[in-house]
Design a protein around this ligand. Structure first.
Ligand code: ADP
Ligand code: MG
Length: 242
């Protein structure tokens, strides 16, 4: 047990170091990207043109990974807005449609209730994309990924259910640990980022899984932001005092 705690601490520090390196690397990458773009504007066709495109695509990939690292180290909830969670789920399933239909996977996201949230929409989208993408990647061909949305008091409860490869008890323990991946070209960033974002929103995320059977990920999110919560608590206190 003690060993496990120490390992977690080590990984946390490693994550922090990785994040600061990622930050430093982003600047020179942007410069290289800029020059490559300048070059691709003058080279219209031929082999060099496709070499340039490869280079630009790979820089874009590196940038996406770096953004995930940075998001891990400090998930920023900056742009608070009111939005429908059902609409957000719908746009995420549309976004992931190409990935899903490639494996013949369908989403079943019949969401009956309109649930409104007040938080950073873009951050929540990123967290949910990461979780739902994993469900698709774990799924067998032609299977179903279910997304259920329910109102539970002052929380929205989301369940992402897949009938995929599932996880052992040990594997579940490691999920959300930075760099933990079982995929050939995985980064082990997706769930770590999702966990950090959901925690920043004062929500919770729980994985239940059975090897070979599938996985259920339950995400619970408070409907209102911190600010509104504070106001609520305040008026509640006043009522108590009366
Ligand atoms: P990556 O997807 O790059 O591997 P993640 O952090 O998103 O990194 O996921 C870490 C690991 O957790 C995955 O490699 C996989 O082994 C496991 N995992 C996550 N979600 C699921 C799921 N729905 N079913 C089975 N395994 C999962
Ligand atoms: Mg992933």
């Amino acid at each position: 047990m003690k060993e496990e705690i120490q390992r977690a601490e080590k990984l946390k520090t490693l994550g922090e170091v990785a994040a600061s390196i990622a930050h430093e690397i982003r600047n020179p990458l942007t410069v290289v990207q800029g020059f490559l773009q300048l070059m691709s504007a003058t080279i219209v066709e031929g082999k060099n043109r496709s070499y340039l495109q490869f280079a630009l695509d790979e820089i874009a990939r590196a940038e996406a990974i770096i953004n995930d690292y940075l998001n891990f180290s400090k998930p920023k909830l900056t742009k608070y807005e009111k939005f429908s969670l059902s609409d957000l789920i719908e746009s995420i399933t549309t976004l992931l449609m190409p990935l899903a239909s490639y494996k013949g996977i369908h989403f079943d996201s019949r969401v009956e209730e309109q649930i409104y949230m007040h938080t950073d929409r873009a951050q929540l989208q990123q967290a949910l994309v990461n979780v739902i993408k994993n469900a698709v990647e774990a799924s067998m061909e032609k299977s179903l990924v279910q997304i259920k949305l329910e109102l539970k008091g002052n929380h929205a409860q989301l369940k992402i259910i897949d009938k995929g490869k599932g996880m052992t008890r040990e594997e579940i323990k490691r999920i959300g640990t930075l760099f933990y991946t079982t995929k050939e070209s995985g980064t082990g960033l997706g769930t770590s980022v999702a966990v950090r974002i959901i925690e920043a929103m004062k929500g919770s995320i729980i994985y239940e899984s059975e090897k070979g059977k599938g996985t259920v990920c339950t995400i619970s999110l408070p409907l209102v932001s911190d600010e509104s919560n504070r106001k609520d608590n305040h008026s509640y206190k006043q009522l108590e005092e009366l």
